[in-house]
Design a protein around this ligand. Sequence first.
Ligand code: MN
Length: 241
Amino acid sequence: MTDAIDNTETLNRRTVLTAGAALLAAGTLGLPKMAHAADPFTLMKLPYGDKDLDPVISANTMGFHYGKHHKGYVDNLNKLTAGTPHADQSLKDIVKDTYGKSDKVAIYNNAAQIWNHDFYWHSMKPNGGGEPPAALKKLIDSSFENVEALKKEMITAATGQFGSGWAWLVAEGTTSAKLKVIKTSNADTPFTSGLRPLLVIDVWEHAYYLDYQNRRADHVTAVVNKLLNWEYALTNLSQPA
Ligand code: MN
């Protein structure tokens, strides 16, 4: 027993001495530290505080959805693209380039999910909902009859999306835009079909389950009536598809 203890102590002392010598040598010789290139994809900063969408989206949901799920897609994409030409591309270009390619499914899914989530957080704001700005309202009235009809269609699409996915307000066409509500599954996003996304609602279970459990309809109704950011939709109308 005594020998064993002595050996351990000797080993520890030697390890410390060796590490100390290495540090000293590195300092003396001016050896470079291990270089780490900055990860090209970063988690966006939220445009509001984590309690600001409560009670529709609690700080708890925000913590998991933004802090774990959204961040997870960013971390995954950085790992998947490290040392590849994708690391130098924009998210949108990655999504377009990998769409439908069976050998790039993981890169596509993570890049599209980052893009969708960046868009999702901006699609909401504290004290949202209400009346859209006049320029947008005019388009809504000509495409859906009125704002109430659009809201109903968004709620129906979001509630009816089977499994994980998204409900979108999109613009079709370039000159006199027509607005439409569409659904996409999993990570799919409208711009791969040439549609301009204006607003989105996330209907993956991670978006509402902690606050609403299985009551997806109640969650999306609250998002539409209390959080939708119509100003963001108007901004997106002028963006290219
Ligand atoms: Mn999500």
